[in-house]
Design a protein around this ligand. Structure first.
Ligand code: ATP
Length: 355
C-alpha cells in the first residue's frame, strides 16, 4: 500500500459511452472512497452501477475521466495489473475442484511455496467462518457458503479493494439477509475497502458506510445511510429509499403555512410562498388527540405495525401505526407530523428544506 491519503479510490468525471450502441451508461461520475470504507452503488436496473464497477475493476475502460488508486491514475491499467478483486453475482467457482483447490488456484499460478499456500487458505477460510471445509466439494455447499468461498478466494490475494457485484441476488430472502451480515462482518474484520453493487435499498442501507444512489448514469447523492434517508437530496432519492414508499403530494406554502388543499400541515415554515411537492414518510405520523383529521381507507396488519391508507384533503397517504391501534376502514382520527418530517421539493425535484 502506498500513499497516506485518506481516499483509496477517486473517480474523477468518469463517463462511459458504449461504442456499439453509442449509449451513455455513466455520465460524469465523481466519487471518493475512503480507505477501509464499505461503499454501495444503489439504483434501479440499467442505471450504470455494474458499468462503473467494471471500470474500477478494469474490465471496461472509461470514455472520459480518471480512476485514481492511492493517488495514481490506473484508468488505462489492465484488470490483472490492478490490486482489485471482484466477486460476481454468479459465484464463478470451479465446480470440479474442492474448496482448497478453488481458493489456492490463483496462488498456485503465482508459484508460491506449498506450505505458504496452505497457511493462506486456512487463514481466509477462518475469516469467512468455514474452517475445516478444505476437502469439501463446491456442490455440497449452500449458496451463501459458496458466496463466502468466492469472497475467500478474492481475499486470499490480498487485494486493496474488493468489488462485489450483486453477490446476494441468487440467494433466497433469508439467506440473503444472513449472508449480507456475514459479508459486513468479514469486511469489518479484514478492514478491506469494499464497493458493493445492489438494487435493493434495504440491503444497501443495512450494510454500507456510505451509499451512492444512481439514476440514468448519474450519481444523485453520496451519503451515509441514515443521513440520506432523513435528508434526501431530491425526489428520486426520497422515493428510492424506504418501504412502504414515502408519500409525495402537492402542497402550497402561504405565509409560513404548508397547506394540502385547505388542510394546514405545518405553521412557521420558512420556505418562500409557492407550490411544492411534499414528501412525508409513512412512519412520520403520530396519532394524537388533536391535529390533522384523517379517515382510514385501507387497513393492513403486518404484525409489527398496521399499514394504513388514509384520506387527507384530496390525497390518500400511507401511514404506519402501532399494531395495537383500534382502527378499521372508515375510522376517523387525528394525526400530527413529527418535526422536520415534511420535506419540500421544488418543481425540478430538488430538496428545498425540511419542516
Ligand atoms: P443491472 O442492475 O440491471 O445490472 P446496472 O445499473 O448495473 O443494471 P449497467 O449494467 O451498468 O446497469 O448498464 C447500464 C446501461 O448500459 C444499460 O442501459 C445497459 O443496457 C447498457 N449497457 C451495459 N453494457 C453494455 C454493452 N456492453 N454495450 C452496450 N450497452 C451496454
Amino acid at each position: 500500500m502506498s500513499g497516506k491519503s485518506e481516499n483509496i479510490i477517486e473517480l474523477k468525471h468518469i463517463s462511459k459511452v458504449y461504442s456499439d450502441n453509442g449509449f451513455k451508461a455513466v455520465d460524469d461520475f465523481n466519487l471518493e472512497v475512503k480507505r477501509g470504507e464499505f461503499v454501495t452503488f444503489l439504483g434501479p436496473s440499467g442505471c450504470g452501477k455494474t458499468t462503473t464497477l467494471r471500470m474500477i475493476a478494469g474490465f471496461e475502460l472509461p470514455t472520459d475521466g480518471q480512476i485514481l488508486l492511492n493517488g495514481e491514475d490506473i484508468s488505462q491499467l489492465p484488470a490483472n495489473k490492478r490490486p482489485i478483486n471482484t466477486v460476481f453475482q454468479r459465484y464463478a467457482l470451479f465446480p470440479h475442484m474442492n474448496i482448497y483447490e478453488n481458493i489456492a488456484f490463483g496462488l498456485k499460478l503465482k508459484k508460491l511455496p506449498k506450505e505458504e499456500i496452505r497457511k493462506k487458505v486456512k487463514h481466509v477460510l477462518d475469516m469467512v467462518d468455514l474452517e475445516g471445509f478444505e476437502d469439501r466439494k463446491i456442490s455440497t455447499l449452500s449458496g451463501g457458503q459458496q458466496q463466502r468461498i468466492a469472497i475467500a478466494r478474492a481475499l486470499v490475494k490480498k487485494p486493496e479493494v474488493l468489488l462485489l457485484d450483486e453477490p446476494l441476488s441468487n440467494l433466497d430472502a433469508k439467506l440473503r439477509v444472513e449472508t449480507r451480515e456475514e459479508i459486513r462482518r468479514i469486511q469489518q474484520e479484514v478492514g478491506i475497502t469494499t464497493i458493493f453493487v445492489t438494487h435493493d435499498q434495504e440491503e444497501a442501507m443495512s450494510i454500507s458506510d456510505r451509499i451512492a444512489v444512481m439514476e440514468k448514469g448519474v450519481v444523485q447523492q453520496f451519503e451515509v445511510p441514515q443521513k440520506m434517508y432523513l435528508n434526501p437530496g431530491n425526489l428520486f432519492v426520497a422515493q428510492f429509499l424506504g418501504t412502504p414508499q414515502i408519500n409525495i403530494f402537492d402542497v402550497t406554502v402561504k405565509g409560513g403555512k404548508i397547506m394540502c388543499g385547505d388542510v394546514v400541515l405545518r405553521e412557521g415554515c420558512k420556505a418562500a410562498d409557492g407550490n411544492y411537492k411534499a414528501g412525508v414518510r409513512p412512519e412520520a405520523f403520530n396519532v394524537s388527540e388533536n391535529g390533522i383529521l384523517v379517515k382510514a381507507t385501507h387497513v393492513r396488519m403486518t404484525g409489527r405495525e398496521l399499514q394504513l391508507r388514509v384520506a387527507l384533503a384530496k390525497e390518500e397517504l400511507r401511514v404506519l401505526v402501532h399494531s395495537d391501534m383500534q382502527v378499521s376502514v372508515g375510522t376517523e382520527f387525528c394525526v400530527t407530523i413529527r418535526d422536520n418530517q415534511i420535506i419540500l421539493f421544488d418543481q425540478t425535484g430538488k430538496t428545498v428544506g425540511k419542516y
